[in-house]
Design a protein around this ligand. Structure first.
Ligand code: COA
Length: 177
C-alpha cells in the first residue's frame, strides 16, 4: 500500500503508512494514553505491551495478505493507529476486522475516517469481502464514525462490558466492501 498524505480539517498534514519498527515507542505511548480514558478500549494501562513486544508484533504482522497496521503521523510523530487483519480460519478468510485509536488532540478532524478508508482499500485489494468490528455502546463518537463510513449494527452482547460497576453493551458492526 502506498503512503497516503492529506490535510486534516485543522490544517495539519497527516501521513498514513504501514507501521515500522520505529513506530514502537509512539505506539506504546499512544495506547497508554488512550487506555487511560477507560471507555474506549479493552486494553488496560497496566498491561500495555513494551516497546520490544510491539516491535515483535509489527514484525509478526508483516504479511500484507493477512495484516495491515497503519501508522498515522503528523510531523513524523505517531498520532494514531489502525490494525486491520484477515481472519486466519479458512472458513473466515474472506472477513477482515480492525481496531483503531487516535490521540485525543487529533480527534474530530476527519483523520479516523481517512484511516478507515485506507484499510478498506487494502481489504478490497486483497479480496476481503466484509469488514467487521466491535465497539462499546458508551463510545458514541466511534459508533457515529462507523455509521458515517457505512457500517451497520448487526448484533449486541448485552451488559458485556463492565467499567467501574457500570454495564455497557458490546455492539458488533459490519460492512460489505
Ligand atoms: C473513534 C475515533 C477513532 C474517531 O476518529 P476521528 O478522527 O475523531 O473521527 P472523524 O473526525 O474522522 O469523524 C468522522 C465522522 O464520525 C462522526 N464523529 C466522530 N466524532 C464525532 C463527534 N465527537 N461528534 C459528532 N460526530 C462525530 C462524524 O459523523 C464525523 O463525520 P463528519 O465530520 O463528516 O461529520 C477517535 O475518536 C478515537 O480514537 N477515539 C478513542 C479510541 C477509540 O474509541 N477507538 C475505537 C474503539 S472501537
Amino acid at each position: 500500500m502506498k503512503e497516503k498524505i492529506f490535510i486534516s480539517k485543522k490544517n495539519r498534514e497527516i501521513v498514513l503508512k504501514k507501521a515500522e519498527a520505529y513506530h514502537s515507542k509512539g505506539w506504546r505511548d499512544g495506547i497508554l494514553e488512550v487506555s487511560k480514558e477507560k471507555y474506549f478500549l479493552l486494553v488496560e494501562p497496566e498491561i500495555v505491551y513494551s516497546e520490544k513486544e510491539i516491535e515483535n508484533r509489527i514484525n509478526k504482522c508483516s504479511d500484507i495478505n493477512y495484516h495491515l497496521i497503519v501508522a498515522a503521523e503528523n510531523d513524523k510523530n505517531l498520532i494514531g493507529l489502525v490494525h486491520a487483519f484477515r481472519h486466519p480460519a479458512k472458513k473466515l478468510q474472506h472477513i477482515g476486522e480492525f481496531g483503531i485509536w487516535l490521540l485525543k488532540e487529533y480527534r474530530n478532524e476527519g483523520i479516523g475516517k481517512e484511516m478507515i478508508l485506507y484499510i478498506e482499500e487494502w481489504g478490497k485489494k486483497y479480496h476481503l469481502e466484509k469488514m467487521c468490528l466491535s465497539v462499546f455502546s458508551c463510545n458514541k463518537n466511534a459508533i457515529l464514525l462507523y455509521e458515517k463510513c457505512g457500517y451497520q449494527i448487526v448484533g449486541t452482547n448485552k451488559k458485556h462490558i463492565k467499567i467501574e460497576n457500570e454495564y455497557y453493551d458490546l455492539i458488533h458492526m459490519e460492512k460489505f466492501l
